[in-house]
Design a protein. Structure first.
Length: 206
């Protein structure tokens, strides 16, 4: 028995091709569909303050997100960079996630109430193998805003710079200020009150 024998060439290629997907899946299962989590996103995050499970960043310490763009659940195209000038609420969710269902009605309500104040909501749908259940979720809860379709979590892993606040659970919510910079993060399901505590200070910023 030769346990040290190299994989056949075809098997080796297949193994290497699977590695990125495995890495993404591992990142997403770190705190999948759970509450709580670390207050930082890796690297030096001493600037982050954490109150009631919501982390915030002082204006001078905020960092822009990387490119977050792609196909939406309804088949359109969306680039978060095009929303610069608005406060952007990014909500990571999955149709299979009970806490996501718990917070959905609160997100719908706040999205509708704050639209006239320059707030845009964007979902990032993840780990739904096909769009059907996610589209049914949006219909059931009357979700009025678009969601990027990110079944393998590539936008989640690559969209946020190392050392910044980034999604580490499902659901996660990241709020960007009007300059497209990361201002607040939650790693738990939110009700209307907690969601408002993330958004209202940014609305008041000049």
């Amino acid at each position: 028995m030769n346990s040290g024998r190299a994989l056949p060439r075809r098997s080796a290629r297949r193994f290497r091709a699977l590695l990125p997907a495995v890495a993404v899946a591992a990142a997403l299962t770190l705190s999948a569909c759970g509450g709580g989590g670390k207050s930082g996103g890796g690297g030096d995050t001493n600037f982050v303050t954490n109150t009631g499970g919501i982390s915030t960043v002082p204006v001078a310490e905020r960092r822009p997100v990387n490119k977050i763009a792609g196909e939406t659940l309804d088949g359109g195209q969306l680039d978060v960079a095009d929303l610069k000038g608005k406060i952007v609420v990014l909500n990571v969710w999955g149709s299979w996630c009970p806490p996501c269902r718990q917070e959905a009605k609160h997100f719908v309500k706040v999205a509708e109430e704050t639209e006239s104040q320059g707030v845009a909501f964007v979902g990032i749908n993840t780990r739904d193998a096909n769009k059907g259940p996610a589209l049914a979720f949006e219909k059931d809860y009357g979700v009025p805003y678009p969601s990027l379709y990110d079944p393998m979590g590539k936008l989640i892993v690559n969209g946020f710079p190392k050392g910044s606040l980034n999604p580490q659970a499902i659901p996660s919510t990241i709020v960007l200020d009007r300059n497209g910079k990361i201002a607040a993060r939650s790693l738990m399901a939110l009700n209307e009150e907690k969601l408002r505590t993330m958004i209202d200070p940014l609305i008041a910023e000049k």
